[in-house]
Design a protein around this ligand. Structure first.
Ligand code: GTP
Ligand code: MG
Length: 370
């Protein structure tokens, strides 16, 4: 199988080799600068660093990496992408619902069916925020493993009448591993048994020091039920987003991540894609994981057909030849032949990998018997 030496990969991406080694370590791989890694891993790293990896298989399967960086003047501010995490029943969905209803323009409120598991809201201050509804912890992890680091900010929901629970800790660990800043939303403060300070103290044990405890993690007391604190929470998010100075180049060919995908009886394969860079347009040809397609229609979070979707915009994409998986990366390419070729190549590579894994198991079994 094709491999690339870590230092060479770093070179082609114009990144520091030490950072590449660090990124590999975070994926659980202990390698040195002079060691080779396989192409799949290289691709994860490339995407982790925000570059585009396009592997093209010609006669002697060659790896082509597009490392064209956006020029500073082409990079425009983009909305932050926020994932809400926390323990079961601590109020994640309620909080999302409350935020949405508090912000969806009146007249649209209530009656809207959410077609996709991601949506945008505009705060009173005019900031646009993209919320992800779907990723549970497992999805978050698998998306990260696939190199689709889609979250800019994690909102950690902890119920004030409960405690820091196992999934709270998991969420903290995920956010830390992904180096994503966190905002703590202490929810259910309307309840008589609510004790926000107990939550703040409990978080200390997990090295989350909130502002009220003289730390630098923003904490906001909220109630999804009464709406208390929601504006402050949105402000906290907008402030954090400002610090991050999130930018993307709307003028380039789109790159995005699949949030969810399914085979729709009437419409065929449908993928909800969060555009991360560039602008996805109707008619664009793309490859996404082992699938490819041509954008037949784009549908926004309000169920409306749109002509294009820019950075941080979630859209449903129609026109796929098959159903991709959550976490798959979508790349717009120039020709159908190219898209087909890359998809075919990936399918073959996955097959080879499975075959190799199968062979290894057989060998192990033989050794065990001997
Ligand atoms: P899972 O999706 O199962 O992990 O739960 P969740 O975190 O999405 O919690 P959900 O929003 O479903 O809320 C769980 C329960 O808590 C529901 O019965 C909500 O009505 C209730 N709840 C959520 N937020 C509040 C709040 O601020 N105050 C009160 N009193 N109840 C709340
Ligand atoms: Mg829920």
């Amino acid at each position: 199988p094709e491999t690339i030496v870590v230092s060479e990969l770093a070179n082609r991406m114009a990144e520091r080799a030490a950072d590449v080694v660090k990124s590999l370590m975070q994926m659980g791989m202990m390698v040195s600068i002079n060691q080779p890694i396989d192409a799949d891993t290289a691709e994860l790293v490339i995407e982790e660093f925000g570059h585009r990896a396009v592997r093209v298989s010609d006669s002697d399967v060659e790896q082509v990496i597009d490392t064209v960086e956006d020029k500073d003047e082409d990079r425009q501010p983009r909305p932050p992408i926020i994932t809400i995490m926390g323990h079961v029943d601590h109020g994640k969905t309620s909080l999302l619902d409350a935020i949405r209803h508090a912000n969806v323009v009146s007249g649209e409120a209530g009656g809207i069916t959410q077609h996709i598991g991601a949506y945008q809201v505009t705060t009173d201050g005019g900031a646009v925020l993209t919320f992800l509804d779907t990723p549970g912890h497992a999805a978050f992890t698998s998306m990260r493993a696939r190199g689709a680091n889609v979250t800019d900010i994690v909102v950690l929901v902890v119920a004030a009448d409960d405690a820091v629970m196992p999934q709270t800790v998991e969420a903290i660990n995920h956010a830390k591993a992904a180096k994503v800043p966190m905002i703590v939303a202490i929810n259910k403060v309307d309840k008589p048994a609510a004790d926000p300070n107990k939550v703040r103290t409990a978080l200390l044990q997990h090295e989350v020091v909130v502002e009220q405890m003289s730390g630098d993690v923003q904490d906001v007391e909220v109630s999804a039920k009464t709406g208390q604190g929601l504006d402050q929470l949105l402000e906290a998010i907008a402030l954090q987003a400002e610090i991050l100075e999130l930018r993307a180049n709307p003028e380039r060919a789109a790159q995005g991540a699949v949030i969810e995908a399914q085979l729709d009886v009437g419409r065929g394969p449908v993928a909800t894609v969060l555009v991360q860079n560039g602008t996805l347009k109707r008619g664009d040809i793309f490859v996404v994981g082992e699938q490819w397609g041509k954008v037949r229609a784009l549908i926004n979070d309000k169920g409306e057909r749109v002509e294009e979707a820019g950075p941080s915009v979630p859209v449903e994409v129609l026109g796929l030849n098959g159903t991709p998986e959550a976490g798959d990366v979508l790349n717009v390419v120039e020709t159908e032949a190219q898209a087909r070729e890359i998809a075919d190549y990936r399918i073959q590579a996955a097959k080879d990998k499975r075959a190799a894994a199968g062979a290894a198991v057989t060998l192990d079994q033989m050794m065990a018997k001997a």
